[in-house]
Design a binder for this molecule. Sequence first.
Ligand code: HPA
Length: 266
Amino acid sequence: MSRNAEDLATFIRARAGAEPPAYGMVLGSGLGHIAETVDGVAIDYADLPGFPHAGVSGHNPKLVIGDLEGTRVAIFGGRAHYYESGRGDAMRLPLEVLKALGGEQLILTNAAGSMHPDLNPGDLMLLSDHINFSGLNPLIGEATDARFVPMTEAHDPALRAAIKAAAEAEGIPLIEGVYAWYSGPSFETPAEIRAIRTLGADAVGMSTVPEVILARFLGLRVAAISTITNKAAGLSDEQISHEHTKAMAPLGAAKLERILRRMLRG
Ligand code: HPA
């Protein structure tokens, strides 16, 4: 782990206390509300040297650490995407900091388009697995043998089971499916959507996969949930846009928040 991550963890502990977070969470577009309900300390990314200048509207670039439903969490409100900088490892430092704080589990959330007939805007999908359709990798350039990360059970079975149990307890349907990472920032063409649907993907988005790879590299247990904001390109008459993503995300966000809160209550 980089020196910088240890230094930042020391700085964060001085502001927020030393207790390790039971969960780290990364919030996707339009999914930031839960961070506002944490009883704790919010630190602007701008005060954390090396953290991304998360510049995508719909994100709130703050690290919030504190109590949520009696559990200590560290919520990363801003996410850096590959398409902002051309760097696949844009989230490496924040995840290293989570690890340095003593975090062991990570929940990722995102907004995604759906290729699955039963997944419509406002629905949630738990990632059973993913396809790195971009072909990019955040570990390119990593010089140690630790770069050869096994990805067979990258999406942690126990964490997924806990999320599924929480969804069931809340009476919220939660289909499991495969997420494909498309680099963005342009949306996909209908032909690309047909291609990745044929390859076995159920949803598509521009994030999450590099973070899953980095999490496994760092030894964090990880699970991810998509909020479906639209049918993927060519599968409906709806215009796909970032405005539409932000407008639709809150539909699923309320359900997502209930599931996460239930999981944290245990
Ligand atoms: N494609 C890629 N990313 C997305 C989509 C989509 O259709 N919807 C929300 N994020």
